[in-house]
Each structure stands twice: as structure tokens, then as C-alpha cells.
Design a protein around this ligand. Sequence first.
Ligand code: HEC
Length: 290
Amino acid sequence: MSIRVQFLFWVLVVCLVAIGGVGYTSLQFSKQAVFKEAVDKAALLGSYTEASLHYSRTQAVPMVKHLVGEERFYPEIMSGFVMARNVADRFTHTQPGYAIKNAAIDPLWPESKADQQELQVIADLKRDKSLKNTTGFMVKNGKEFFYEARPMVITEKCLGCHGDPKDASRDQIMIYGAENGYNWKVGDVTSAMFVYVPVSEALAIAKASAVKLVVMGTAYSLCALLLMAVFLGVKIVTPLKTLCKRTEEISLGKNLDTPITVKSNREIGELARSIDRLRLNIARLIKKKS
Ligand code: HEC
């Protein structure tokens, strides 16, 4: 392999390693930015949902109860969860990809039933009651989500509707039946409020940017290598080849009258001048002998 090819090969290797490193680091930074944004969005959405649930429970529902009487139950205006569910439905309708779900092990509303992954998270929250929330990633229908789950701890107040079905209002039993969503125990964690933030698209964009960076970096490096190859050819390889040829001739005593004309005032030029001095000296020596 010629010195030029060897040199360019190693420069290419160094460039590719550097480009790979830059691409990988850029991907990691972009991923971190996506996750940071997802964490912030989930926290914001979770707090907002909790706040609206709190308002319904503490302000709206007691007032409606006072107006309609304790024995009647209209879920749409008397259950914070029904209100939260409907607000969430509207929100996710305008913000596709997001999801808010009050997932329960045994819910009144069948669609709120926790799936396998949610059951696992609820079990974790149940095990460690000191946790205010838990976060992580889930893949649903092939799409990746960042989730935040806040545990719903059962208090005495919940038992009127989620305790013994006999204590629940007639309206509630008529709408939801008496089978599921009951016999919850005070202090227990039977559900959690999940907020899902989609990250698949942002991650795909981050990956595509990293790939673009690598492709462009490789293209620029190849252009630089081409220029370098031309430079090496003109400034080093061709003069060196000429000098080699002339040194060979001098060693054979040939062509001693033709001066060496390699134009370079750097190292190659110095070498050319030295060889030229050698040519003159050898020519002189040969003349002396003869
Ligand atoms: C006045 C009755 C009432 C009270 C009190 C009440 N809930 Fe509910 N809760 C409901 C109804 C009705 C639903 C069904 C909501 C729906 O249709 O999505 C529900 C739904 C839920 C859900 C969603 C899963 C499911 O069962 O459908 C959770 C979680 C929940 N409630 C937790 C609580 C907690 C915790 C408390 C106490 C702090 C509480 N609830 C107090 C009536 C009540």
C-alpha cells in the first residue's frame, strides 16, 4: 500500500470514529432533551388533572349534593372522576397521542380497568406507600410513552360509593351495577392516575437527526480526503517519485548533467537540493577519474 493510501486510510478511520462519536453523543443529548421535556409535560399534566379533581371533590360536588339532595347521584356533576375522565377525553381528542387514565384494579367504569403494565405499576405503588408518584416508559400498540402515575389512596370518604355496594346510591348501582368498583379498603391503593406523554415521534426525529449528522459528516470527510489526496499527490508523492527516479539514475551514473528541478522550498525542496548537490559531486568525481 502506498504511503498516500495508508495515510488517507488512517485519516478516514480517525474521521469515521470521530463522526460515530459525534453522532452517538448527539443522539444521547437529543434523547435526554426528549425525556426531560416528557418528564416536565407529564408532571404538569398530572398536577393539572389532580388540581381539577381536587376542585370538583372539594367545591363543586359538595355544593351539587347540597342542591340535589344526598339520595340522588348524577355522576356527570357529582363525581370528580367522571368530570376528570370527560375533561381528559376532550383534552386527548385535541392533543392526540396523550392519554390520561384513572386506572384501577377493579373499577366501576369498565374502561378504567388497568392493563397488565398498569397493574404492575399499581402493585409497586401499593408496596411502597411513601411514593408520591412513579414514572417510566411503556410501549402501547407499538408506540413508546413516558408515563407518570400518582397513587389514589382510599379514605373513609370514598367508601360511600366504593365500599359496600349496599351503601352506594340507587342511581350509582343503576348506572354502574353492584359487581365491580366496591369493597375498597381505607389506606389501600387500588388505582393510580396515569398520564401518558408520547415520545415515539420525538425519539424518531432525534434518531433521524443523528443519522443525518453522521451521513453529512461522512460526506464532508470524503470531500476533505479527496482534497487531501490531491494535495499529497501534487506536493509530496509526485516530487518524491521524481527524486527517487533521479537518485536511482545518480547511483547508476546516468543523466548526471540534468539538474534536479523539484520546486518546493520546504523539506522536499531541501531533499531535492541535497540530491542535486550529490549529483554534482558524483559528476565531478567521475570527471576527475576520467
Ligand atoms: C359520590 C360517589 C363517589 C365517591 C365519594 C368517590 N367516588 Fe370514585 N368514582 C365514583 C364513580 C361514579 C366513578 C366512575 C367514574 C366513571 O364513570 O368514569 C368513580 C371512579 C373512580 C375511579 C376510576 C376507576 C373506576 O372505578 O371507574 C377511581 C380511581 C376512584 N373513583 C377513586 C376514588 C377515591 C380514591 C375516592 C375517595 C377519595 C372516591 N373515588 C370517591 C364515585 C365516587
